[in-house]
Write a protein that binds this ligand. Structure first.
Ligand code: DQA
Length: 146
């Protein structure tokens, strides 16, 4: 069964209570449950992590080959706009990654309009709320051999 690594970046553990006008009321647990259901339907196995720590995310990405992951689904959250280290980690491991965002990062403050991560991903899904994750997973299905 193909293994996919799902990474939720900083503050996404606060979904449901955090800036509800921007991110809605859905919790990270609910998003993860939906993803798990979709993954099962497609015969994928997910490993899901949430971290508020850049180095921990870098370490996790660095181990994808050892753990035989086929692809990465990542919402880098605020690190999207700042992290050369996460960008370099994704570039280094050379397996397909898809970047997702709940909000449309291009319709918000100027500092969110740049993603340092997107250029090393196969694509980006942004602005569809929790559905962005589901669409991102669908995109991964087209990128990997099951
Ligand atoms: C986010 C967008 C980022 O700009 C922000 O820092 C987040 C969440 C999103 O999913 O819309 O934490 O990645």
């Amino acid at each position: 069964m193909s293994k996919i690594l799902v990474i939720h970046g900083p503050n996404l553990n606060l979904l449901g209570e955090r800036e509800q006008d921007v991110y809605g009321k859905i919790t990270l647990e609910e998003i993860n449950r939906t993803l798990e259901k979709r993954a099962q339907a497609h015969g994928l196995q997910l490993e899901i992590i949430q971290s508020n720590h850049e180095g921990e995310i870098v370490d996790t990405i660095g181990q994808v080959k050892r753990h035989r992951f086929k692809a990465i689904l990542i919402n880098p959250a605020a690190y999207t706009h700042t992290s050369v280290a996460i960008r370099d980690a994704i570039a280094a491991v050379d397996i397909p990654a898809v970047e997702v965002h709940l909000s449309n990062i291009y319709a918000r403050e100027d500092f969110r309009k740049t993603s340092l991560i997107a250029p090393v991903c196969r694509g980006q899904v942004t602005g569809f709320g929790p559905k962005s994750y589901v669409l991102g997973l669908e995109a991964i299905l087209g990128l990997i051999e099951l």
